[in-house]
Design a protein around this ligand. Structure first.
Ligand SMILES: C[S@@+](CC[C@H](N)C(=O)[O-])C[C@H]1O[C@@H](n2cnc3c(N)ncnc32)[C@H](O)[C@@H]1O
Length: 192
């Protein structure tokens, strides 16, 4: 297995990878500014890709914090494994396996998953797992190149704030949800 880059992997499977270049430093900064790094935190990253955001989170995290990063493209996982940091746990798995993680364990979920390319059923399960893996006051941060999933995220999690990063290819909307008890989503998440 050799290290790969996101452009090559996107050419092979655009639907799964969802982007032809890594997240920019500007997008990474906008995402990490939404996280309170002043304390020990557990972070869950979904769709880590080449690790641009992974590195940004590790650069800010305290020495006793931990980051679980999920990526299901084996070549990109190989690239991620080049990050040498004991606080990083790389999960070479589909995010459909999140149910193996402890409930209420994560303070923050950061997701790069290409929501527009995923089915409603799949997203419904991912959203349910995000809710159950987060602490009651946890934060869910997601970016997307359109606002196509904004309405669902707002409906399910409530109080979804939107930021925008022009300096990314393509420019991206950033959703940030601060969990509250009232925000617990109802199931089923999508009309059946
Ligand atoms: C937009 S890219 C991430 C870009 C990343 N922030 C970077 O800078 O490289 C989305 C990533 O999600 C991964 N992905 C898509 N579906 C996934 C799934 N079901 N489970 C885990 N990872 C997934 C893709 O392989 C891809 O690397």
């Amino acid at each position: 297995m050799k290290k790969s880059n996101i452009t090559l992997e996107a050419v092979k499977n655009m639907k799964q990878v969802g982007s032809i270049v890594s997240s920019s430093i500007f997008l990474t900064k906008k995402i990490t500014k939404g996280i309170d790094f002043s304390r020990k935190i557990n972070v869950l990253e979904l769709g880590a890709g080449t690790g641009a955001i992974t590195r940004g989170i590790l650069n800010e995290m305290s020495h006793n914090s931990v980051l679980y990063s999920y990526e299901n493209n084996a070549n990109l996982v190989h690239t991620l494994r080049g990050i040498n940091d004991k606080r990083l746990i790389i999960k070479s798995e589909c995010v459909s396996k999140l149910n193996n993680l402890p409930d209420g364990f994560f303070d923050v979920v950061v997701s790069s998953l290409p929501l527009s390319n995923l089915s409603d059923d799949f997203k419904s399960n991912v959203y349910r797992d995000i809710r159950s893996k987060l602490t009651k006051s946890g934060t869910y941060i997601q970016y997307q190149y359109s606002l196509s999933d904004y309405k669902n995220i707002e409906r399910l999690f409530k109080n979804c704030k939107v930021d925008f990063c022009l300096l990314n290819l393509p420019p991206a909307f950033i959703y940030k949800v601060e969990m509250t008890n009232e925000g617990a989503p109802e199931f089923p998440l999508f009309a059946q």
